[in-house]
Design a protein around this ligand. Sequence first.
Ligand SMILES: Cc1cc2nc3c(=O)[nH]c(=O)nc-3n(C[C@H](O)[C@H](O)[C@H](O)COP(=O)(O)OP(=O)(O)OC[C@H]3O[C@@H](n4cnc5c(N)ncnc54)[C@H](O)[C@@H]3O)c2cc1C
Ligand SMILES: NC(=O)c1ccc[n+]([C@@H]2O[C@H](COP(=O)([O-])OP(=O)(O)OC[C@H]3O[C@@H](n4cnc5c(N)ncnc54)[C@H](O)[C@@H]3O)[C@@H](O)[C@H]2O)c1
Length: 467
Amino acid sequence: MSKHFDYIIIGSGQAGTPLSTAFAKAGKKTALIERAHVGGCCVNEGCTPTKTMIASGRVAYLARRGQDYGVHTPSDGIAAKTLEGNSQNEVSVDMAKVRERKRNIVTDSRSFVDSKTIKVKMGDGKEETITGDVICINTGERPASPNLSGIETVPKERIRDSTSIMELGEVPSHLLVVGGGYIGLEFGQLFRRLGAEVTIIQRGKHLMPREDPDITSALLEIVREDGITVHLEAAAHSASYASGQIHISIKAPTGDLNLSGSHILFASGRVPNVESLNLPAAGIKFDGKKGYILCNDKLETNVPGIYALGDVKGPPAFTHISYDDFRILQTNLITNSSNPSAKPATITDRLVPYVAYTDPQLGHVGLHEYEARTKYPNATIKTAKMPMNYVARALETDESRGLMKAVINADTGMILGFSCLGVEGGEVMAIVQTAMMGNLRWEVLRDAVWAHPSLAESLNNLWGFLE
Ligand SMILES: Cc1cc2nc3c(=O)[nH]c(=O)nc-3n(C[C@H](O)[C@H](O)[C@H](O)COP(=O)(O)OP(=O)(O)OC[C@H]3O[C@@H](n4cnc5c(N)ncnc54)[C@H](O)[C@@H]3O)c2cc1C
Ligand SMILES: NC(=O)c1ccc[n+]([C@@H]2O[C@H](COP(=O)([O-])OP(=O)(O)OC[C@H]3O[C@@H](n4cnc5c(N)ncnc54)[C@H](O)[C@@H]3O)[C@@H](O)[C@H]2O)c1
């Protein structure tokens, strides 16, 4: 005899967890099914632990730069060397301690039987069948498997993904990173700062290829200046292991190259967790190539009563997007449940901000220049680009790498998109996001009185670069 619920949520990601609480508070009998950790990727393997480790990397970076600020480190006898004029202010990294900080901050099988019934394997191995009137799928994604001929010859402990790399107890001597997106860049720069040699192999023409090329070129310059080797338009095609080293062959524009390293990080994208759900049994449609569950702007799948939230429905894959998906279902299924004529909440025209936690950060909101020109072919699209070394606050803190860029519709004065590759770029981006949410014209930011010296006051001068 199966148990019946009003609502079943599969996966306790950034949407599923608050949604289960909201349903329960609304007096609904709710089941939340989670196969690993409550809270999902963000708090267990994603945002929270990575940003904790990145904070350690930043401390190592600033400690090495102590001399730029006239500060010498007296511990471990290093100051003596520094004062003797050693230009490389040495810093040692205790990787076990870095990992412990990460661990401290983070303190099978289930499937559809039909569109209302789910088989759940419990922790003790027993199976239960449950049914629900409404089913919400929030199962997220996982790292794509390494796809490189010969990789099976490399010892497993040397092959890492975004989760297992955070469990290293020592700094790799040379980290080879396959993929130059968010994960490749955040970890690549982190391990460079912790003391590893780092080589990034990126298949695309640019790092983070969804960004405008002027932004990615500046980012490339920054990571190269940090001592990271980057190969663009480079495809890794085979791997082998000999003499304690991983060897990989890549095809690059300059010809075939052989690279060696101690560890390899696969950061070439993520794939949705759908296989164990048995979607065909419920008749749920999914994208045949990548596996993402297909849904409309109200997050409804093709099967009535079944919804998809978060990464499992395809990009953009961010914590705050998954959380907004929760708000949409909360509005439509709870708040508006007794008012069928209320306007439903949807994801249409949702403003999407995000921050890559490189240093400096890359914050972005809205449209990129290429997207604005495609979306509004008849509008006068203008851009304003200002190097961060025009920003007084960035100069004072000696962190003036990068640039900011706004994209506007000059016919309406509306800001269409904004990027800030710069110190606290995510926070500067959020100021412009707020202006976009309030439909403020760009001149309002130009003419605002911002406190001096703040990063915000750069929004007075940026517009002098409009063209
Ligand atoms: C290294 C890394 C860093 C990141 N950093 C950021 C960042 O700084 N900012 C940001 O916005 N985003 C970041 N992200 C992305 C972010 O983590 C995700 O977009 C976010 O977690 C949203 O995921 P979700 O709600 O779709 O599901 P998830 O958080 O992925 O949760 C899905 C849950 O479903 C469970 N599950 C899967 N299959 C089943 C099943 N069959 N039955 C039961 N349970 C199942 C999983 O165990 C998991 O707990 C990062 C991701 C990674 C990997
Ligand atoms: N700060 C953040 O918000 C943050 C941080 C980490 C991850 N995330 C989310 O997680 C998602 C996944 O991150 P990701 O970095 O794995 O994916 P990604 O899609 O951002 O980047 C993967 C990169 O790998 C390259 N690539 C793919 N196959 C390759 C190959 N064989 N050889 C060389 N390069 C190859 C692609 O060209 C791409 O640029 C992101 O898109 C993002 O939504 C967000």
